[in-house]
Design a binder for this molecule. Structure first.
Ligand code: MLT
Length: 404
Protein backbone atom coordinates (compact mmCIF):
# COMPACT_ATOMS: atom_id res chain seq x y z
CA UNK A 1 0.00 0.00 0.00
CA UNK A 2 1.21 3.49 -0.81
CA UNK A 3 0.37 6.49 1.35
CA UNK A 4 -0.72 9.90 0.09
CA UNK A 5 2.75 11.41 0.27
CA UNK A 6 1.36 14.94 -0.04
CA UNK A 7 0.86 14.64 3.70
CA UNK A 8 4.64 14.46 4.08
CA UNK A 9 4.97 17.96 2.63
CA UNK A 10 2.69 19.65 5.07
CA UNK A 11 3.48 21.04 8.56
CA UNK A 12 2.87 18.17 10.96
CA UNK A 13 0.49 20.22 13.10
CA UNK A 14 -2.47 22.44 12.18
CA UNK A 15 -1.87 26.10 13.18
CA UNK A 16 -4.46 26.22 15.95
CA UNK A 17 -3.27 22.88 17.37
CA UNK A 18 0.29 24.29 17.60
CA UNK A 19 -0.93 27.41 19.37
CA UNK A 20 -3.01 25.33 21.82
CA UNK A 21 -0.04 23.03 22.49
CA UNK A 22 2.23 25.97 23.27
CA UNK A 23 -0.37 27.35 25.66
CA UNK A 24 -0.72 23.95 27.41
CA UNK A 25 3.06 23.63 27.77
CA UNK A 26 3.32 27.13 29.25
CA UNK A 27 0.47 26.40 31.66
CA UNK A 28 2.10 23.15 32.77
CA UNK A 29 5.39 24.93 33.41
CA UNK A 30 3.59 27.81 35.21
CA UNK A 31 0.56 26.28 36.96
CA UNK A 32 -0.11 29.54 38.81
CA UNK A 33 -0.32 31.63 35.61
CA UNK A 34 -3.74 33.06 34.78
CA UNK A 35 -3.62 32.69 31.01
CA UNK A 36 -6.20 34.50 28.85
CA UNK A 37 -6.90 32.93 25.47
CA UNK A 38 -7.63 35.28 22.57
CA UNK A 39 -6.27 32.92 19.94
CA UNK A 40 -8.62 30.54 18.10
CA UNK A 41 -11.90 32.13 17.03
CA UNK A 42 -13.98 29.97 19.32
CA UNK A 43 -17.15 31.34 20.87
CA UNK A 44 -17.73 31.53 24.63
CA UNK A 45 -21.32 32.79 25.06
CA UNK A 46 -23.98 30.13 25.72
CA UNK A 47 -26.48 29.31 22.98
CA UNK A 48 -29.47 31.62 22.60
CA UNK A 49 -32.54 30.59 24.68
CA UNK A 50 -34.61 30.14 21.49
CA UNK A 51 -32.04 27.61 20.25
CA UNK A 52 -32.04 25.72 23.55
CA UNK A 53 -35.83 25.58 23.57
CA UNK A 54 -35.93 24.23 20.02
CA UNK A 55 -33.39 21.56 20.90
CA UNK A 56 -35.32 20.43 23.99
CA UNK A 57 -38.43 20.10 21.85
CA UNK A 58 -36.54 18.13 19.22
CA UNK A 59 -35.10 15.80 21.89
CA UNK A 60 -38.63 15.09 23.14
CA UNK A 61 -39.71 14.27 19.58
CA UNK A 62 -36.82 11.83 19.30
CA UNK A 63 -38.11 10.09 22.45
CA UNK A 64 -41.47 9.14 20.91
CA UNK A 65 -42.00 6.44 18.30
CA UNK A 66 -44.38 8.53 16.19
CA UNK A 67 -42.08 11.58 16.04
CA UNK A 68 -38.71 9.81 16.08
CA UNK A 69 -36.46 10.45 13.03
CA UNK A 70 -33.65 8.36 11.61
CA UNK A 71 -31.26 9.46 8.87
CA UNK A 72 -31.87 13.09 7.97
CA UNK A 73 -32.14 14.08 4.27
CA UNK A 74 -28.56 14.40 2.96
CA UNK A 75 -28.89 18.08 2.11
CA UNK A 76 -31.06 19.22 5.02
CA UNK A 77 -34.74 19.16 6.03
CA UNK A 78 -37.03 21.47 4.08
CA UNK A 79 -37.77 23.55 7.19
CA UNK A 80 -34.16 24.71 7.54
CA UNK A 81 -33.46 25.07 3.82
CA UNK A 82 -36.58 27.23 3.49
CA UNK A 83 -35.54 29.38 6.49
CA UNK A 84 -32.09 29.91 4.94
CA UNK A 85 -33.50 30.63 1.50
CA UNK A 86 -35.93 33.22 2.82
CA UNK A 87 -33.82 34.98 5.46
CA UNK A 88 -30.32 34.89 4.02
CA UNK A 89 -31.22 35.27 0.34
CA UNK A 90 -34.81 36.14 -0.71
CA UNK A 91 -35.10 38.90 1.95
CA UNK A 92 -31.92 40.43 0.52
CA UNK A 93 -33.32 40.24 -2.99
CA UNK A 94 -31.19 37.24 -3.98
CA UNK A 95 -32.75 34.41 -5.94
CA UNK A 96 -31.32 31.12 -4.65
CA UNK A 97 -33.42 27.98 -4.84
CA UNK A 98 -33.75 25.40 -2.09
CA UNK A 99 -31.90 22.75 -4.05
CA UNK A 100 -28.90 25.04 -4.41
CA UNK A 101 -28.42 25.02 -0.61
CA UNK A 102 -26.60 22.13 1.07
CA UNK A 103 -26.68 21.94 4.86
CA UNK A 104 -23.49 20.58 6.40
CA UNK A 105 -21.48 20.19 9.58
CA UNK A 106 -19.75 23.52 8.95
CA UNK A 107 -17.82 25.73 6.58
CA UNK A 108 -14.42 24.31 7.47
CA UNK A 109 -15.31 20.81 6.24
CA UNK A 110 -17.00 22.11 3.11
CA UNK A 111 -14.11 24.46 2.24
CA UNK A 112 -11.85 21.42 2.38
CA UNK A 113 -14.20 18.90 0.77
CA UNK A 114 -15.17 21.07 -2.20
CA UNK A 115 -11.84 20.19 -3.83
CA UNK A 116 -13.32 16.73 -4.57
CA UNK A 117 -15.29 18.18 -7.48
CA UNK A 118 -12.46 19.89 -9.33
CA UNK A 119 -9.32 18.61 -10.97
CA UNK A 120 -5.98 18.30 -9.26
CA UNK A 121 -4.51 20.29 -12.19
CA UNK A 122 -6.26 23.54 -11.32
CA UNK A 123 -4.21 26.58 -10.42
CA UNK A 124 -5.27 27.76 -6.97
CA UNK A 125 -5.11 31.40 -5.86
CA UNK A 126 -5.12 32.25 -2.17
CA UNK A 127 -4.84 35.45 -0.21
CA UNK A 128 -1.72 35.73 1.90
CA UNK A 129 -2.29 35.68 4.90
CA UNK A 130 -5.14 33.19 4.69
CA UNK A 131 -7.27 30.75 6.71
CA UNK A 132 -4.93 27.73 6.66
CA UNK A 133 -7.63 25.24 5.64
CA UNK A 134 -7.66 26.44 2.01
CA UNK A 135 -3.92 25.91 1.66
CA UNK A 136 -3.54 22.73 3.69
CA UNK A 137 -6.40 20.89 1.98
CA UNK A 138 -4.99 21.72 -1.45
CA UNK A 139 -1.56 20.47 -0.39
CA UNK A 140 -3.19 17.22 0.76
CA UNK A 141 -4.95 16.94 -2.59
CA UNK A 142 -1.69 17.37 -4.54
CA UNK A 143 -2.26 20.85 -5.97
CA UNK A 144 0.63 22.64 -4.25
CA UNK A 145 3.81 21.40 -5.93
CA UNK A 146 6.91 21.84 -3.78
CA UNK A 147 8.01 24.75 -1.63
CA UNK A 148 10.32 27.38 -3.12
CA UNK A 149 13.31 28.90 -1.30
CA UNK A 150 11.00 31.46 0.41
CA UNK A 151 8.73 28.77 1.78
CA UNK A 152 5.92 29.43 -0.73
CA UNK A 153 4.20 26.53 -2.55
CA UNK A 154 5.27 26.68 -6.18
CA UNK A 155 1.91 25.87 -7.79
CA UNK A 156 -0.16 28.29 -5.72
CA UNK A 157 -0.78 31.88 -6.68
CA UNK A 158 -0.31 34.02 -3.57
CA UNK A 159 -2.18 37.30 -3.38
CA UNK A 160 -0.44 39.35 -0.67
CA UNK A 161 -2.72 41.35 1.62
CA UNK A 162 -0.66 43.82 3.60
CA UNK A 163 -0.95 47.37 4.92
CA UNK A 164 0.38 48.56 1.51
CA UNK A 165 -2.77 47.42 -0.31
CA UNK A 166 -5.05 47.93 2.69
CA UNK A 167 -5.31 44.13 2.92
CA UNK A 168 -7.27 43.90 -0.35
CA UNK A 169 -5.79 41.34 -2.75
CA UNK A 170 -4.89 42.47 -6.26
CA UNK A 171 -6.17 40.44 -9.20
CA UNK A 172 -3.66 37.71 -10.06
CA UNK A 173 -1.31 38.41 -12.98
CA UNK A 174 -1.32 34.79 -14.13
CA UNK A 175 -4.53 32.90 -14.79
CA UNK A 176 -6.10 31.40 -11.68
CA UNK A 177 -8.64 28.58 -11.98
CA UNK A 178 -9.92 28.52 -8.42
CA UNK A 179 -9.83 31.58 -6.17
CA UNK A 180 -10.46 31.45 -2.43
CA UNK A 181 -11.89 34.66 -0.98
CA UNK A 182 -13.01 35.23 2.60
CA UNK A 183 -14.88 38.40 3.58
CA UNK A 184 -15.15 39.62 6.32
CA UNK A 185 -11.62 38.32 6.26
CA UNK A 186 -10.01 35.81 8.51
CA UNK A 187 -7.39 36.69 9.73
CA UNK A 188 -7.15 40.43 8.91
CA UNK A 189 -10.74 41.37 9.77
CA UNK A 190 -10.97 43.54 6.63
CA UNK A 191 -13.98 43.66 4.28
CA UNK A 192 -14.55 43.98 0.54
CA UNK A 193 -17.11 46.49 -0.69
CA UNK A 194 -19.54 45.63 -3.49
CA UNK A 195 -17.32 47.42 -5.94
CA UNK A 196 -14.24 45.50 -4.84
CA UNK A 197 -16.06 42.18 -5.01
CA UNK A 198 -17.40 42.98 -8.47
CA UNK A 199 -13.82 43.12 -9.73
CA UNK A 200 -13.40 39.49 -8.67
CA UNK A 201 -16.65 38.30 -10.18
CA UNK A 202 -15.74 40.00 -13.48
CA UNK A 203 -12.29 38.40 -13.36
CA UNK A 204 -13.78 34.94 -12.73
CA UNK A 205 -16.30 35.32 -15.56
CA UNK A 206 -13.63 36.51 -18.00
CA UNK A 207 -11.14 33.82 -17.02
CA UNK A 208 -13.41 30.80 -16.62
CA UNK A 209 -12.44 30.69 -12.94
CA UNK A 210 -14.38 29.57 -9.88
CA UNK A 211 -14.58 31.71 -6.72
CA UNK A 212 -14.88 29.88 -3.41
CA UNK A 213 -16.37 32.55 -1.18
CA UNK A 214 -16.12 31.93 2.55
CA UNK A 215 -18.66 34.09 4.31
CA UNK A 216 -18.38 32.57 7.80
CA UNK A 217 -18.18 36.01 9.45
CA UNK A 218 -21.09 37.59 7.57
CA UNK A 219 -23.07 38.18 10.78
CA UNK A 220 -20.46 40.70 11.92
CA UNK A 221 -21.09 43.09 9.01
CA UNK A 222 -22.34 46.47 10.19
CA UNK A 223 -21.42 48.79 7.31
CA UNK A 224 -23.90 49.39 4.49
CA UNK A 225 -21.65 49.05 1.46
CA UNK A 226 -20.34 45.63 2.53
CA UNK A 227 -22.16 42.79 0.74
CA UNK A 228 -23.54 39.98 2.90
CA UNK A 229 -23.39 37.47 0.06
CA UNK A 230 -21.34 37.25 -3.10
CA UNK A 231 -24.61 36.72 -4.97
CA UNK A 232 -25.38 40.40 -4.42
CA UNK A 233 -22.91 40.88 -7.27
CA UNK A 234 -24.30 40.43 -10.76
CA UNK A 235 -23.01 37.32 -12.50
CA UNK A 236 -21.77 35.64 -9.29
CA UNK A 237 -24.19 32.73 -9.65
CA UNK A 238 -22.24 31.71 -12.73
CA UNK A 239 -18.86 31.62 -11.02
CA UNK A 240 -19.09 31.40 -7.23
CA UNK A 241 -19.78 28.91 -4.48
CA UNK A 242 -20.59 30.42 -1.07
CA UNK A 243 -19.84 28.88 2.33
CA UNK A 244 -21.80 29.97 5.40
CA UNK A 245 -21.52 28.90 8.98
CA UNK A 246 -23.67 29.10 12.10
CA UNK A 247 -20.51 28.81 14.23
CA UNK A 248 -19.76 32.48 14.61
CA UNK A 249 -23.29 33.71 13.79
CA UNK A 250 -24.98 31.75 16.56
CA UNK A 251 -22.28 30.17 18.70
CA UNK A 252 -22.46 26.78 16.96
CA UNK A 253 -18.73 25.91 17.01
CA UNK A 254 -19.53 22.90 19.18
CA UNK A 255 -22.88 22.14 17.52
CA UNK A 256 -21.51 21.87 13.97
CA UNK A 257 -23.79 23.32 11.34
CA UNK A 258 -23.33 25.47 8.27
CA UNK A 259 -24.25 25.39 4.62
CA UNK A 260 -22.86 25.75 1.14
CA UNK A 261 -24.59 27.29 -1.85
CA UNK A 262 -23.76 25.77 -5.22
CA UNK A 263 -25.81 27.54 -7.91
CA UNK A 264 -27.01 25.45 -10.84
CA UNK A 265 -25.68 28.15 -13.16
CA UNK A 266 -22.13 27.41 -12.02
CA UNK A 267 -21.14 25.53 -15.15
CA UNK A 268 -17.59 24.52 -16.09
CA UNK A 269 -16.55 22.39 -19.08
CA UNK A 270 -20.27 22.06 -19.83
CA UNK A 271 -21.12 20.58 -16.42
CA UNK A 272 -23.06 22.19 -13.60
CA UNK A 273 -21.25 21.92 -10.27
CA UNK A 274 -24.56 21.62 -8.40
CA UNK A 275 -25.32 17.95 -9.18
CA UNK A 276 -21.65 17.09 -8.71
CA UNK A 277 -21.65 18.51 -5.17
CA UNK A 278 -25.01 16.82 -4.51
CA UNK A 279 -23.48 13.50 -5.57
CA UNK A 280 -20.39 14.08 -3.45
CA UNK A 281 -22.41 14.91 -0.34
CA UNK A 282 -24.85 12.04 -0.79
CA UNK A 283 -21.90 9.65 -0.98
CA UNK A 284 -19.59 10.97 1.71
CA UNK A 285 -21.85 12.85 4.14
CA UNK A 286 -24.86 11.63 6.10
CA UNK A 287 -26.50 14.91 7.00
CA UNK A 288 -26.81 17.06 10.11
CA UNK A 289 -28.69 15.72 13.15
CA UNK A 290 -32.39 16.60 13.41
CA UNK A 291 -31.82 18.27 16.80
CA UNK A 292 -29.11 20.53 15.35
CA UNK A 293 -31.26 21.42 12.33
CA UNK A 294 -34.11 22.47 14.64
CA UNK A 295 -31.57 24.49 16.64
CA UNK A 296 -30.43 26.23 13.45
CA UNK A 297 -34.02 26.91 12.41
CA UNK A 298 -34.60 28.72 15.72
CA UNK A 299 -31.97 31.30 14.79
CA UNK A 300 -34.33 32.60 12.12
CA UNK A 301 -37.35 33.12 14.44
CA UNK A 302 -38.02 36.69 15.67
CA UNK A 303 -36.83 35.83 19.23
CA UNK A 304 -33.84 33.92 17.86
CA UNK A 305 -32.80 36.86 15.69
CA UNK A 306 -33.06 39.26 18.62
CA UNK A 307 -31.09 37.04 20.97
CA UNK A 308 -28.36 36.40 18.44
CA UNK A 309 -27.98 40.10 17.81
CA UNK A 310 -27.37 40.62 21.52
CA UNK A 311 -24.69 37.92 21.56
CA UNK A 312 -23.01 39.39 18.48
CA UNK A 313 -22.99 42.85 20.06
CA UNK A 314 -21.27 41.36 23.12
CA UNK A 315 -18.43 40.20 20.85
CA UNK A 316 -18.46 43.45 18.88
CA UNK A 317 -17.91 45.29 22.16
CA UNK A 318 -14.89 43.06 22.84
CA UNK A 319 -13.52 43.83 19.37
CA UNK A 320 -13.70 47.54 20.15
CA UNK A 321 -12.06 47.06 23.56
CA UNK A 322 -9.14 45.23 21.93
CA UNK A 323 -8.83 47.64 19.00
CA UNK A 324 -8.98 50.82 21.11
CA UNK A 325 -6.82 49.42 23.91
CA UNK A 326 -4.09 48.15 21.60
CA UNK A 327 -3.98 51.46 19.79
CA UNK A 328 -3.63 53.22 23.12
CA UNK A 329 -0.72 50.91 23.85
CA UNK A 330 0.91 52.15 20.63
CA UNK A 331 0.04 49.33 18.22
CA UNK A 332 -1.16 49.80 14.67
CA UNK A 333 -4.42 47.82 14.39
CA UNK A 334 -6.78 46.74 11.63
CA UNK A 335 -10.13 44.95 11.38
CA UNK A 336 -12.55 44.86 14.32
CA UNK A 337 -15.34 46.86 12.62
CA UNK A 338 -17.18 44.25 10.54
CA UNK A 339 -15.29 41.44 12.17
CA UNK A 340 -14.46 39.67 15.42
CA UNK A 341 -10.73 39.81 14.61
CA UNK A 342 -8.15 42.48 15.36
CA UNK A 343 -5.03 42.29 13.23
CA UNK A 344 -2.05 44.18 14.58
CA UNK A 345 1.48 45.00 13.61
CA UNK A 346 4.02 43.47 16.00
CA UNK A 347 6.77 45.75 17.37
CA UNK A 348 9.58 46.44 14.87
CA UNK A 349 12.31 43.85 14.78
CA UNK A 350 10.17 41.01 16.14
CA UNK A 351 8.72 38.03 14.32
CA UNK A 352 5.11 37.01 14.86
CA UNK A 353 6.17 33.95 16.90
CA UNK A 354 8.59 36.03 19.01
CA UNK A 355 5.70 38.36 19.81
CA UNK A 356 3.53 35.32 20.64
CA UNK A 357 6.14 34.19 23.20
CA UNK A 358 6.56 37.67 24.64
CA UNK A 359 2.81 38.16 25.06
CA UNK A 360 2.44 34.77 26.71
CA UNK A 361 5.39 35.25 29.06
CA UNK A 362 4.87 38.88 30.02
CA UNK A 363 1.09 39.28 29.85
CA UNK A 364 -0.15 35.66 29.94
CA UNK A 365 -2.23 36.40 26.85
CA UNK A 366 -2.44 33.95 23.94
CA UNK A 367 -3.01 35.16 20.39
CA UNK A 368 -2.28 33.78 16.92
CA UNK A 369 0.95 34.65 15.09
CA UNK A 370 0.34 36.19 11.69
CA UNK A 371 3.01 34.09 10.00
CA UNK A 372 0.90 31.00 10.75
CA UNK A 373 -1.56 32.34 8.15
CA UNK A 374 1.08 32.68 5.41
CA UNK A 375 4.37 34.40 4.53
CA UNK A 376 2.79 37.88 4.27
CA UNK A 377 1.37 37.47 7.77
CA UNK A 378 4.90 37.70 9.18
CA UNK A 379 5.16 40.75 11.41
CA UNK A 380 1.44 40.67 12.25
CA UNK A 381 -0.64 39.10 15.00
CA UNK A 382 -4.31 38.22 15.46
CA UNK A 383 -6.48 38.62 18.58
CA UNK A 384 -10.09 37.49 18.73
CA UNK A 385 -13.14 39.13 20.26
CA UNK A 386 -14.83 35.83 21.15
CA UNK A 387 -13.67 35.80 24.78
CA UNK A 388 -15.46 36.69 27.96
CA UNK A 389 -15.87 40.45 28.26
CA UNK A 390 -14.17 40.91 31.64
CA UNK A 391 -11.31 38.66 30.64
CA UNK A 392 -10.86 40.57 27.38
CA UNK A 393 -10.70 43.86 29.28
CA UNK A 394 -8.18 42.28 31.67
CA UNK A 395 -6.04 41.02 28.76
CA UNK A 396 -5.99 44.46 27.16
CA UNK A 397 -5.10 46.11 30.49
CA UNK A 398 -2.17 43.73 30.88
CA UNK A 399 -0.95 44.49 27.35
CA UNK A 400 -1.33 48.24 27.90
CA UNK A 401 0.56 48.04 31.19
CA UNK A 402 3.47 46.19 29.61
CA UNK A 403 3.81 48.09 26.32
CA UNK A 404 2.79 51.65 27.19
C1 MLT B 1 -10.02 30.74 13.56
O1 MLT B 1 -9.62 30.95 14.69
O2 MLT B 1 -9.46 31.17 12.55
C2 MLT B 1 -11.25 29.94 13.40
O3 MLT B 1 -11.76 29.54 14.62
C3 MLT B 1 -10.98 28.75 12.63
C4 MLT B 1 -12.22 28.07 12.21
O4 MLT B 1 -13.30 28.65 12.19
O5 MLT B 1 -12.09 26.91 11.86
Amino acid sequence: MKINDNFLKIESSYLFSTVAKKQREYQQAHPEADVIRLSIGDVTRPLAPAVIEAMHKAVDEMAQEDTFRGYPPEYGYDFILEAIQKNDYADRGIDISKDEIFLSDGAKSDCGNIGDIFSVDNKIAVCDPVYPVYVDTNIMAGRSGDKDENGAWKNFIYMPCTAENNFMPDLPKEKADVIYLCFPNNPTGMCATKEQLKKWVDYALQNDALILFDSAYEAFIVEDDVPHSIYEIEGAKKCAIEFRSFSKTAGFTGMRCGYTVVPKDCVFEGHSLNPMWARRQATKFNGVSYITQRAAEAIYTPEGKKQIKEILSYYQKNAKVIYDGLREAGFTCYGAVNSPYVWLKVPDGMTSWEFFDLLLEKCQVVGTPGSGFGPSGEGYFRLTAFGNNQRTVEAVERIKKYFK
